[in-house]
Design a protein around this ligand. Structure first.
Ligand SMILES: [Zn+2]
Length: 490
């Protein structure tokens, strides 16, 4: 299959010429094989020619941290802290007892939403209280394949509860204790083998939920398996001030030093949030080559704080973007995260030269996301000969007019309204703004009753969970007090 995109304005994000006009892009076998003002096609039969005059071609956006199944609990909650929010989410999941089919349907709807908004690659950090099984993981992988999105599944692993360890939380019967290693070997590895044999666009990585909720032995096993099978590692890290405060109680030198000791810090690692890193921890991450995934909308909605993006960038850390889940941000839009990343940086540095620019934000939403994930590194995130053809063709919506500066306006004006055509691995998955592989109405209809059932469960349990709110608020006050002078906006 060969496709020619003709006469496009192409966003390369390169050096002095980040935007090129009147460009052709030739795609064959899922890759970009020609790129320039007039690409010679020779004897190659062109199966499809897309006229791109007046249109803008950008690399597909990359969502490097999300929880797809959370779309079922979309916008259930408002002003709650992360710890209270998590209790709500868990209690609702406990009682909903979702089947693999329901999980797959939810993931498909989230993928469909992303594709329609120009996101072509996603990491799903998958957790479910009733337990991860091979069938549930396969359902999510099937959602990637059916919708046509490039997906990495990172099954969440944990075997301890850090609040319980520091004597502040009730014993959690759902924490699998010694079982996480078995899950890794018995459920995750067979799925990995299957994916490697059968898919070009899906892959797996290992997803310890967060280091404070994993024992040393589990984290060592994760590192060992990642090295043995050449996999990436994905985790949450120091999202709230309570986590930093708790980490200091459990591990004398803090969480990041412990991760270094266990071999977790390396270019394989992508760590989501990182709101509460201190200077030394930022240095450790920088020297390790690990990436940080900034989730600005989620951190704002849950009041967690602002990640030190400027400080990380100064140290040369690769910072990418994530949406987090459907009830913490509450959309799966990377356009939204790019704008927030640029705007929020202005609250964290006096010197305007250091702020995140529109070009910086666009890189965070594309190439930096690709560089953060070993399976994608050097393959996607850029429009370049030899790269996979994950592309978004924008037909400028009224929000982009007058079109004065393409890159500024992609970040400050665009919201996904201009997305016209989307290609993943050279395959058209959105055409004229409509999904080509799945039926949007069918997906929505399938999800509505499942979500309604979960909302009923949530409403019945709401008061019970809300009672823990004052305890958590107290913990925040305590943690902030002990971190005074070090914390950022919270
Ligand atoms: Zn998350």
């Amino acid at each position: 299959m060969s496709i020619l995109l003709h006469d496009a304005t192409v966003v390369t994000m390169d050096g002095r010429r980040p935007v090129l006009k009147g460009q052709d892009l030739l795609i064959r076998g899922g890759a970009i094989i020609g790129f320039g003002e007039r690409v010679k096609t020779g004897r190659l039969a062109i199966d499809e020619r897309i006229d791109c005059f007046g249109k803008i071609v950008v690399p597909g956006l990359v969502n490097t941290h999300s929880h797809l199944m959370e779309i079922l609990q979309r916008s259930f909650r408002d002003n709650v802290r992360k710890e209270v929010w998590l209790r709500h989410r868990q209690m609702t999941e406990d009682q909903a007892q979702l089947s693999a089919e329901e999980i797959g349907a939810a993931a498909a709807l989230a993928c469909a939403e992303m594709l329609k908004n120009g996101v072509t690659a996603v990491v799903d950090h998958f957790s479910i209280r009733t337990g991860i099984t091979a069938a549930k993981m396969q359902a999510i992988l099937m959602a990637f394949e059916e919708t046509g999105i490039r997906g990495v599944l990172a099954p969440s692993l944990r075997d301890q509860n850090f609040l319980e360890l520091i004597g502040l939380g009730p014993s959690d019967r759902k924490t699998p204790k010694e079982g996480a290693g078995n899950l890794l070997r018995d459920e995750v590895m067979p799925v990995l083998e299957h994916v490697r044999e059968s898919s070009k666009i899906s892959s797996l990585m290992l997803g310890p939920s967060s280091p404070q909720n994993c024992s040393d032995s589990l984290l060592r096993e994760v590192v060992h398996m990642a090295e043995q099978y050449d996999l990436g590692i994905h985790t949450h890290l120091l999202e709230t001030v309570i986590e930093r405060w708790g980490a200091r109680r459990l591990y004398r030198k803090g969480m990041v030093e412990r991760m270094k000791m266990l071999g977790l810090l390396s270019p394989r690692l992508s760590a989501a949030h990182c709101v509460w890193l201190d200077e030394r921890e930022m240095d450790l991450i920088a020297s390790s080559g690990a990436s940080v995934i900034h989730n600005p909308a989620s951190n704002l909605k849950l009041g967690s704080g602002i990640a030190p993006v400027i400080e990380l960038k100064k140290r040369g850390v690769n910072v990418a973007l994530g949406t987090d889940g459907g009830d913490t941000s509450d959309s799966y839009s990377i356009f939204e995260q790019m704008r927030l990343a640029a705007f929020l940086s202005r609250l964290t540095a006096e010197n305007s030269d250091q702020w995140v620019t529109a070009l910086d934000a666009l890189r965070m939403g594309t190439i930096n996301g690709a560089e953060a994930i070993p399976a994608w590194r050097g393959k996607i995130g850029k429009i370049k000969t030899g790269y996979r053809a994950d592309l978004v063709i924008l037909n400028p919506h009224i929000r982009l007019h007058p079109l004065n500066d393409v890159i500024h306006q992609l970040v400050y004006c665009e919201g996904g309204h201009s997305v016209d055509t989307v290609l993943v691995d050279g395959k058209v998955v959105v055409r004229n703004g409509r999904l080509t592989c799945v039926d949007e109405e069918t997906l929505i209809k399938k999800i509505a009753p499942i979500s309604e059932k979960m909302y009923r469960i949530y409403s019945l349990n709401k008061k019970r969970v809300d009672r823990s709110d004052s305890f958590i608020q107290g913990l925040y006050r305590k943690a902030r007090g002990e971190n005074s002078g070090q914390g950022r906006l919270q």
